[in-house]
Design a protein around this ligand. Sequence first.
Ligand code: CP
Ligand code: NVA
Length: 308
Amino acid sequence: MRHFLDLHTTPAEDLRGILDLARAMKSARGEAPKGRPDAEQPLAGRVVALIFEKPSTRTRVSFDVGARQMGGETLVLSGGEMQLGHGETIADTARVLSRFVDLIMIRTFEETTLLELAENATVPVINGLTDASHPCQIMADVMTYEEHRGPIAGRKVVWVGDGNNVCASFLHAAGQFGFDLTFAGPREFDPAPAAADFARGKGVKVEIERDPARAVRGADLIVTDTWLSMHDAQSARERRYKLLRPYQVNQNLMDAARPDTLFMHCLPAHRSEEVTNKVMDGPNSVVFDEAENRLHAQKAIMRWCLGV
Ligand code: CP
Ligand code: NVA
């Protein structure tokens, strides 16, 4: 039994194996209608619980459709409608769900909730985003980069804006897949030092640059995300926006990179805030390929967890 909790705690060769499997499954499906079962049905007879304590479109739909394509059943559970939202502990929830389902994915707030769930579950647990990380997203991002440009190893990725949960997973990925990462954002929103240290410890370059135009010079990929994550207080909005506004990804910033520099955003995007329409809908943007690849990456992660 294997949990998929974070990129830095999963062996690099396993991460690569998951991406190879995702690519093979994607190509085997081709243009098949979304509801058509895969030729192989590795999740036949299995039930997957998807717990959401925060909103979701991509994570919810990719896991749900992905599990079904592989022959599995799914239960989409909202934390607030479970006893979990009314005082039952996460440990007891883990013990109970393990008696009913074969795999649990959770999107939650504190990382400790995810870890406690994994510690007490007797079935695999997948991190569908916490305040601290979003590993499933970055598996899809690496897959997308490589589909467009070949191996990501040795490339330069520039994260622009808030050094948040998604940025932390990008740093973990930098270490595991061997690419350099430059963070361009205000000091107040620097990425988690432990994530940067992990990447540096693996021998890749992690740089912090306050000037976004200088940061993106020579970039192979520019990535940004919302300026106000789901775990951030609404009351912080004004201050965050003020500090982050100089880090908007707009055409000027893209022009400071190379003509073939790709743009990614995990979505949902706040158009005209962290990114302009021109960039989102421009020729360098691969955001919808990135969204689609959530499906293929999630399917491979579920198979890896279950060893099927
Ligand atoms: N990128 C992502 O995780 O999207 P959702 O919040 O819609 O799941
Ligand atoms: N950083 C964002 C990502 C959403 C997919 C959040 O945590 O809200």
